[in-house]
Design a protein around this ligand. Structure first.
Ligand SMILES: [Zn+2]
Length: 362
């Protein structure tokens, strides 16, 4: 009797083992915050700018001072998840006050060239405008979406509708949900998000509010469980262009909370816990030459090529800092390496993986 039970048990284990093994692979969540300068991340709110009536609305000044200027640790007050959890348990690169450095490799210092570099592993000098149209370059996400074990399991959600061009969708076959026009309703929760999105004020026609991007991302993780998810928030850049430093600060704090929510959801889900790498970065910095330069970026705005990169997960070497200046062009290979995928098979000319991953058995 016991022998027969053990045989049945063994059979059950043998039959279910391959299915589980097939799903034991590493997973990746890549997140970008548009145009958030490293000084906000590592120093917190700029006290002078936060007190400037030209940059902060009168009815916001007191709340901004209390929330972001008065706390002893301004960086933690603004972005606690990145500064406490990612920096301590993983890696946070780009704090130039402490000898860490990250920069884009492209010569444009604005969004489309920046995202193209992050997602394809190298700058493309032919991309000179945000209205470049469909990207001829293949992102590592679209490439992965055709590889065994990843096909049909890669998704992208973004606030800026131009991600539909940057990621080459729909030609690439990669599902992209970006901008106000994209409002999938495949589940009851998605239908609820779509309804709220349709009823929301549209401050910018091409950039939906990050809260909708976040809601769709969380629902994707819950229902579709992609192996690779890209989440792209946008508000930090658009409020800066408008000169609303108060709104930039609230948006940065929300985005930090959103990333923390993603991480919490990943840790609570057996499909992701303990085998998911989180990479967080930005597509460009902001200008530092002149009092108003923080609002803008691009070649005329000094130092807007300066970025930051964070990583967290079981393969990330805690506290590692790569030698020299890290480049946005290294993010694609870093993500692929964290997944255990040969990045050279994607593109041997892509930037090499950042030296922040633990050595791994082949
Ligand atoms: Zn911008």
């Amino acid at each position: 009797m016991i022998a027969r039970f053990l045989t049945a048990l063994l059979l059950a284990v043998l039959l279910t083992a391959p299915a589980q093994a097939a799903d034991r692979g590493r997973r990746l969540v890549l997140v970008t915050l548009d145009g958030l300068h490293w000084t906000e991340l590592f120093r917190g709110a700029d006290p002078e700018r936060a007190a400037d009536p030209a940059a902060v609305a009168a009815d916001q000044r007191q709340a901004i001072r209390r929330a972001f200027v008065e706390p002893a640790d301004r960086a933690r007050a603004l972005m606690p998840f990145l500064n406490e959890v990612v920096a301590r348990e993983g890696v946070l690169i780009g704090d130039r006050d402490h000898g860490s450095c990250a920069a884009v490799g492209n010569a444009m210092w604005f969004s489309y060239p920046g995202y193209n570099e992050i997602l394809t592993g190298k700058p493309d000098p032919a991309i000179k405008s945000n209205t470049h149209g469909p990207n001829a370059n293949v992102s590592f996400l679209a490439w992965l979406n055709r590889q065994p074990g990843f096909a049909g399991r890669v998704e992208a959600v973004g606030s800026w509708r131009t991600f539909r061009d940057i990621l080459g969708a729909p030609g690439s076959g990669l599902p992209v949900n970006a901008g106000w026009e994209d409002a999938p309703t495949r589940t009851p929760a998605e239908a609820a998000i779509a309804r709220l999105q349709a009823g929301s004020a549209r401050i910018w026609p091409e950039v939906r509010l990050d809260t909708f991007t976040q809601a769709y991302a969380l629902e994707l993780l819950k229902r579709r469980k992609p192996r690779v998810l890209y989440v792209a928030y946008g508000e930090t850049d658009d409020f800066a262009h408008e000169g609303r430093y108060d709104q930039v600060l609230w948006a940065a704090q929300r985005a930090d909370r959103f990333v923390g929510e993603l991480w919490k959801a990943l840790q609570a889900d057996p499909a992701y816990a303990g085998r998911t790498t989180l990479i967080v970065t930005t597509d460009h910095g902001r200008g530092t030459n002149g009092k108003q330069a923080w609002r803008h970026h691009g070649k005329p705005f000094a130092e807007s090529d300066q970025v930051w990169i964070g990583a967290l997960g079981p393969d990330v070497a805690k506290g590692a800092q790569p030698e020299g200046c890290a480049s946005s062009s290294q993010i694609a290979a870093t993500g692929l390496a964290a997944l255990g995928v040969d990045w050279r098979a994607f593109d041997p000319a892509a930037g090499t993986p950042l030296d922040i991953l633990k050595p791994r058995k082949p």
